[in-house]
Design a protein around this ligand. Structure first.
Ligand SMILES: Nc1nc2c(ncn2[C@@H]2O[C@@H]3COP(=O)(O)O[C@H]4[C@@H](O)[C@H](n5cnc6c(=O)[nH]c(N)nc65)O[C@@H]4COP(=O)(O)O[C@H]3[C@H]2O)c(=O)[nH]1
Length: 696
C-alpha cells in the first residue's frame, strides 16, 4: 500500500513498483489508508510522514496496533535532513525510512529487503512457536545461568517442571536444590559447582515438588566462556523423565522377571550368578547354587490342565521365597529374598545363596524348602502334594565358573530325584562319573539301534484259577557287547530323552509280530503278546502305519497283538488319546493301561477310553497281603475294573500269599516271578507248549 497525498509521487512510485513486479494500492490520506488496511491484506506499507488529516506517524502507530500490523514492514517517506522525523518514525514502529526525493531503483531494493526480512522474522516466530510446543510436549525447559551476575533465567516450562516455585527463587541458581532428594542433592550441587569452573554435566535426579509429587528430572548443562576464557554463562535444559524412567523400569522388570511368578527369570539369574561368582572370588567367600525341580508337576499338568499347573507354580514360588526369608542366613544385606530365587522355566527353580559361613547352611535352606513345599497345597478345591528334588553345588568347591556350577547342581538334582524325590543332594565326584556314564550309554544306544543289539523276552500272564497261560508281555532286553545285559529301567529313559524310543518301539512291535507268526507257523498254541509303548511312541505320527505294516508284513492276525500304554501317556491329551486309541482298536488290537494307580487318572475320561485291561502296578502287589494301604488300593482298582467291565492283570506276583489274596478278590490274571521270569523266545516257546503253570 502506497500512502502519499502528493498525486505525482503516487503516480511515479506506483509505475516504478508495478514495473518491478509488485501490486500496488494507493491511499491519498491517513483515514483512507486505515480503511484500506481493514479490507485488504498488505505485505508492505510505504507511508509518507506528512499527510493531511491524521499524519504518517499516527497512521504508523495505529497500523502497528492492528492485529495484522504487528510484523508488517512499514517504510516511511521523509524529507532529506529531517532527522527529527526519522527518530519519530522509528519510535512509532517504522521498519525503515526512505528520504525524498525518491530514487526508484533504490526504493525497490529497500522494499525487497524489507519483505525478505519480514518473511524471515515470521518464519522465526513460527519456528519458535513450534519449538515451544515441542518443549511443552517433551516437558523440556531451558535456562541460562549468568555466572557473573549470579542469576538464573528459567523458562516458564522449566519452572513448571520443578512445581510451584516461589517468585523469589525464580532466578536463584542454587535456589531449587532444597527440592532435590538426597543423595542426588549433593551430587547436583557438586556438578553445578564444577560447571562454574567450566565442566559440563548431564545428570538425572529425583525432585519432590511443592505438591509432594516425586518426579525425575534430567539436566544437561554446558558452560560458555568469553574471549578471555572465563565462564560467563551456563546454558542448560531440564527435562521431566519420570514417565520414561517408569517405562524403562517396567521394560527392565519384564525383561528380567518371570511373568508367571514375578521371580527373576533365566536372564537375570545368569547375570546374578556371574556377578555373585565374581564377587565371591574377589572377597574369597563361598556361595551355593540350589537347583530345584518339582517332582511330577508334568503329571499334574497333564491330568488337571495348565491353569492349575500355573497356580501351583505361583504357590511354589511364594513358598520358596517364604522359606528363604525365614532361613536367617541366606542373602547378602543388599539383596532381597525375591532376588535370590529365580524360575528358569517349566518347573525348574534356582536359589543362590551368597556369603555362606558354612556349607551346612545350604543344606538347612534346602531342607526348609522341601519341608515347606511338601505341606498339602489347596488349589481350585483340589488338595495336592507337591514335592521338589534339590541339587546343591558349592562355589568354589564344586565349580569355579557359572557353567560348571550349574551343570553340577543339575547333576545333584538328578541324583536327588533318583534317590526318591522330596529331598536334596550335594554334588559329588561320583555324580560326575555317573553323568559321564550316562552320556556313554546314550552314545552306545545309538549304535545299538543301528546294529540291532536288542532281543525280546516274554513273560507269561496266567489265569489265576487254572494256571493256564492266556497271554504274555514282551519285554525289551539290550545285549550290550561289553556291558552284557542292560536293564530297560536303565536305558528306556535315555532312549525316551534322545527320541530313540520311537524307532526302538517300532522294532519291538515288528519283532513281537514276527516271532508270533513264526510260532503260529510252527503250530504252537500261541497266546496274544502285549508290547509296551512309551508316551513318545503313542504320540508318534508313524505309530499306526508301523503297527499296520508289522501285522501285514508278518501276516499275524491282529487279535494276537496287545498294546500296553502307561496311564500318564493316555491322560496327557485325552482328546488326542481317544482318537489314537480308537484307531488302534479299529486295527483289532487289545489295549491295556500299564502301572495303573500310579498316575492321576480322571475316571470320567477313563470310562470313555476303549480299553480292555488294567494292569495293577507291581508296587501295590509287593507288600500284599499284609500292607493295608496296598490291599485297599488293589481292592479299589479291582472294584473299578469290575464296574467298568475291564479285565485286570496283577503285576509282580511273587508269592502264593499274594496270588491267593488277589484270587480271592476276583483278580483274573497274574504275572510275576511266581509263575515265570521273562524268558528268551525259545524258553517261552517251551512254556507255551506246556500251556499251564500250576503253582500250589
Ligand atoms: N520284582 C519283580 N519284577 C517283576 C516281576 N514280574 C515281572 N517283573 C518285572 O516287571 C516289569 C514289568 O514291566 P513294566 O511294568 O511294563 O516295566 C517295564 C517297562 O516300563 C519298560 N520296558 C520294558 N520293555 C519295554 C519296551 O519294549 N518298550 C517300552 N517303552 N518300555 C519297556 O521297562 C520296565 C522294566 O522292565 P523289566 O526290567 O523287564 O521289568 C519287567 C518285569 O521283568 C516280579 O514278580 N517281581
Amino acid at each position: 500500500m502506497l500512502v502519499d497525498d502528493d498525486v505525482m509521487v503516487r503516480l511515479l512510485a506506483a509505475e516504478a513498483l508495478i514495473a518491478s513486479g509488485f501490486e500496488v494500492m494507493e491511499a491519498a490520506d491517513g483515514e483512507s489508508a486505515l480503511e484500506l488496511f481493514e479490507r485488504h491484506e498488505f505485505s508492505l506499507v510505504l507511508l509518507d510522514v506528512s499527510l493531511g488529516g491524521i499524519d504518517g506517524f499516527e497512521v504508523c502507530r495505529r497500523l502497528r496496533a492492528h492485529p495484522h500490523g504487528r510484523t508488517l514492514p512499514i517504510i516511511m517517506l521523509t524529507g532529506m535532513d529531517d532527522t527529527g522525523s526519522i527518530d519519530s518514525a522509528y519510535a512509532m514502529g517504522a521498519t525503515d525510512f526512505v528520504t525524498k526525493p525518491l530514487n526508484w531503483t533504490l526504493l525497490v531494493y529497500r522494499i525487497r529487503y524489507a519483505l525478505r526480512a519480514a518473511r524471515t522474522m515470521s518464519e522465526l516466530q513460527s519456528s519458535e512457536r513450534r519449538l515451544a510446543v515441542a518443549q511443552r510436549v517433551a516437558r523440556l525447559g531451558g535456562w541460562i545461568w549468568h555466572v557473573d551476575e549470579d542469576r538464573c533465567e528459567r523458562s516458564p516450562i522449566c519452572l513448571q517442571l520443578w512445581g510451584d516455585v516461589p517468585a523469589a527463587l525464580h532466578t536463584e541458581p542454587f535456589g531449587l536444590l532444597a527440592r532435590v532428594l538426597s543423595p542426588d542433592r549433593q551430587h547436583l550441587r557438586e556438578a553445578m559447582e564444577r560447571a562454574r569452573q567450566g565442566e559440563p554435566y548431564q545428570m538425572s535426579f529425583r525432585v519432590q515438588r511443592a505438591d509432594g509429587i516425586i518426579v525425575s528430572l534430567h539436566e544437561h548443562a554446558v558452560p560458555e566462556r568469553d574471549e578471555f576464557g572465563r565462564v560467563v554463562r551456563i546454558e542448560g535444559v531440564t527435562q521431566d523423565v519420570t514417565e520414561r524412567e517408569q517405562a524403562e523400569r517396567r521394560i527392565r522388570f519384564l525383561a528380567y522377571h518371570d511373568s508367571l511368578t514375578g521371580l527373576a527369570n533365566r536372564q537375570m539369574f545368569r547375570e546374578m550368578l556371574d556377578h555373585t561368582l565374581a564377587r565371591s572370588q574377589r572377597i574369597g567367600s563361598r556361595c551355593a547354587l540350589l537347583y530345584l525341580d518339582l517332582d511330577r508337576l508334568k503329571r499334574i499338568n497333564d491330568s488337571f490342565g495348565h491353569t492349575l499347573g500355573d497356580q501351583i507354580l505361583r504357590e511354589v514360588a511364594t513358598r520358596i521365597v517364604g522359606s528363604i526369608r525365614t532361613a536367617d542366613i541366606v542373602a547378602r544385606e543388599d539383596q532381597s529374598a525375591e532376588e535370590v530365587v529365580a524360575r528358569l522355566g517349566g518347573d525348574e527353580f534356582t536359589v543362590l545363596l551368597t556369603d555362606l559361613a558354612r556349607v551346612d547352611d545350604a543344606a538347612r535352606v534346602a531342607a526348609r524348602i522341601c519341608e515347606e513345599l511338601s505341606a498339602p497345597l489347596q488349589v481350585a478345591h483340589i488338595e495336592l502334594a507337591v514335592t521338589a528334588s534339590i541339587g546343591i553345588a558349592v562355589f568354589p568347591d564344586n565349580g569355579e565358573d557359572p557353567e560348571t556350577l550349574l551343570r553340577h547342581a543339575d547333576m545333584a538334582m538328578y541324583a536327588a530325584k533318583q534317590r526318591g524325590r522330596n529331598t536334596y543332594e550335594f554334588f559329588t565326584e561320583t555324580m560326575q562319573l555317573q553323568a559321564v556314564e550316562r552320556l556313554s550309554l546314550e552314545q552306545d544306544l545309538v549304535r545299538a539301534v543301528e546294529q540291532s543289539q536288542f532281543v525280546l523276552h516274554y513273560q507269561p500272564q496266567v489265569d489265576a484259577a487254572t494256571g493256564r497261560i492266556v497271554s504274555a508281555e514282551a519285554l525289551l532286553r539290550w545285549e550290550h557287547p561289553l556291558r552284557g545285559m542292560v536293564s530297560p529301567v536303565q536305558f528306556i529313559p535315555v532312549a525316551e530323552e534322545t527320541g530313540l524310543i520311537v524307532p526302538l518301539g517300532e522294532w519291538v512291535v515288528m519283532e513281537a509280530c514276527r516271532q508270533m507268526a513264526v510260532w503260529l507257523a510252527e503250530g504252537l498254541p500261541v497266546v496274544p503278546v502285549a508290547v509296551n509303548l512309551s508316551a513318545h511312541n503313542f504320540r508318534s505320527d508313524s505309530l499306526l502305519t508301523s503297527i499296520a505294516y508289522a501285522l501285514e508284513s508278518t501276516g499275524l492276525p491282529s487279535r494276537y497283538l496287545h498294546v500296553e500304554l502307561t496311564e500318564s501317556a493316555v491322560m496327557q491329551e485325552p482328546e488326542q488319546a481317544m482318537a489314537t486309541l480308537g484307531a488302534l482298536k479299529s486295527l483289532g488290537l487289545m489295549l491295556s493301561i500299564d502301572d495303573f494307580g500310579t498316575g492321576y487318572s480322571s475316571l470320567s475320561t477313563l470310562k470313555q477310553f476303549p480299553i480292555d485291561l488294567l494292569k495293577i502296578d507291581r508296587s501295590f502287589v509287593r507288600d500284599l497281603p499284609d500292607d493295608a494301604s496296598g490291599a485297599s488300593i488293589v481292592e479299589a482298582i479291582l472294584a473299578l475294573a469290575h464296574a467298568l467291565g475291564l479285565g485286570v492283570v496283577a503285576e509282580g506276583v511273587e508269592t502264593l500269599a499274594q496270588r491267593d489274596f488277589l484270587r480271592s478278590r476276583r483278580c483274573g490274571l497274574m504275572q510275576g516271578y511266581l509263575y515265570s521270569r521273562p524268558q528268551p523266545a525259545d524258553v517261552f516257546a517251551g512254556l507255551l507248549r506246556e500251556g499251564v503253570l500250576r503253582r500250589e
